[in-house]
Write a protein that binds this ligand. Sequence first.
Ligand code: AMP
Length: 349
Amino acid sequence: MAGTAARGKVTIATLGSHCALQVLKGARDEGLGTVLVSEKKRLDLYQRFSFIDEIIEVNAFSEILDDSIATKLRKKNAILIPHGTLISQMSSDEIEKIKTPIFGNKWILRWEANREMKEKLLREAGLRTPRSVRSKNEINGLCIVKLHGAAGGRGYYLAWNRESFEEGAQRLVEQKTIQGENDLYIQEFIRGVPVYLQYFYSPLSKHLELLGIDRRYESDIDGLGRIPAKQQLGAGAEPSYNVIGNLPLVLRESLLDEVYKMGEGFVKASERLVAPGMTGPFCLEGVYDSEGRFTTFEFSARIVAGTNLYVDGSPYSDLLYDEPMSMGRRIAREIKIAKKKGKLGAVVT
Ligand code: AMP
């Protein structure tokens, strides 16, 4: 990376949303500077936290592409931590044009955003994935219909035949959520329990760490069980999958060996397909079925919001560290070690 950050104090920068608080708290805990790029509407929230050294106000997050913001960040030796809001609000082309050094591999974010590339990487990693259904005429059994991009489950619906697919699509068109059926993606619905595996891969030590596990709390699918069957039928309840928050989870210990192997398979596959590979935080997202088999329906190639649960460490990070180690703090620790070794170039792109 450019020489300046290698010399002065490093500042951790991120966008005001998603997991910004945890990331900047972790940076402060590691003695690094912190800067937040925030929209005006969120200033009230973020001004409450004393570990944020400076807030750069913007009208839209895409302003981080502007020279004036890039210069401000460069003067602070900033390294930008990408998260879900960056992915959902900026295109892959825009993200790749950001001049501020990005922690991890910015090229792999395109693989997260693009459905075909995503499936290719999951297959290359040897992971079990849900069958994707190419056309509404091929729906055979329960399917989940998704929107492209990181929409946080918003707008997803279930379909079991052509008619139920078309009905759902029509609803989304009327709500102006999509323009037409081509904006939808159909995938086999996996029965079981959803689980999110939070990993960190260090390009410096070449070790994979499992730092936490969570499940999402989604509205209103996770509330439907509170309505008795008779009333559900009467009300014609249509579930939605909008993420509201996250709940902590630990797995049966006998499943952990496979969890590590799946993560390592993913790291190796990413090294083959998209140099320099999957460095830093990432998440494999899937469903454990009744046989204890994991099917991966998604990955996130950057920090996920479920890590916000573990600001003070998780049952898994506690097994690896004798101090509270959030994902945000782990990122800052990697940057600190890289700087000390003169290897910042290995942790940013
Ligand atoms: P996503 O935005 O892809 O992470 O999915 C949002 C939610 O939809 C997940 O947390 C799951 O509850 C559900 N989901 C996604 N894909 C599948 C699938 N193939 N089978 C079952 N549930 C799924």
